[in-house]
Design a binder for this molecule. Sequence first.
Ligand code: AMP
Length: 199
Amino acid sequence: MIIILFGAPGVGKGTQAVILAEKLGVAHLSTGDAFRAAIKNQTPVGVLAKEFVDAGKLVPDEIVARIVEEAMEGATFAKGCILDGFPRTRAQADALDTMLAAKGLHIDSVVNLNVDDSTIISRLLQRGRADDSEDIIRHRLDIYNHETAPLLKFYSDKGLLTSVDGIGNVEFVNERILSAIAPSGVQAHPVPDTTSDQA
Ligand code: AMP
C-alpha cells in the first residue's frame, strides 16, 4: 500500500504522515527528514544536498532518487509506505513509478492537503526550522507552485487524487485523510496476524 501525502510546505504532511503510518502499520518516508539526517551525519548524499536544503531549493532529482532507493530497500517498505514530500517534480514522479514497478508495487492513493498560503506562512514561522525564515518560506512556496503543483493534474488524470481540507484539529484532519483513502481498500486498523503460533 503506497500512499502519497501531497501539498505545499507547511500543510501538515509530516505530522499527518506519522499518525497515518502508525494507524495503518506501514512505513513513513519523509525525504526532507532523510536529507536532514544525511546532512547531520555528513553522508555523501548529505554533503551534496546541504546547499539546496539550506537555500530552500529542490535537491536535484538524481540525488533524491538515491535517498528514495535506499529507503525502499528497508525491510518494511513492501508492506506499505506513506510518502511525504516526494515526489516533487514530474521526473521524480516518473522515477517513482519505475522504482515501484520494479518491486511489483503501485501507488494506491494521492491525498492533497489544502491549506491557504497565509496559514502556511504563519505555521512555518512558528515551527522555526533553519529553512523557515520568511524569505526562504516564500521561495519554497514559489517552487511548490511552479514545479510540484503541476503533479496534481498528473495524478488526477490517473484517477488517484483526492483533496482534503488541511485546516483544523490534527485528529480531525487525519480522519478526513483516512476517509479519503478508504475507497482504495486501505484499512485504518491492521488486521492482527492470526496465522503465526496458533495451536
Ligand atoms: P521538507 O521537510 O519536505 O519541507 O523538505 C525540506 C527540504 O528538503 C526541501 O526544501 C528541499 O530542499 C529538500 N527536499 C525534500 N524532499 C525533496 C524532494 N522530493 N525533491 C527535492 N528536494 C527535496
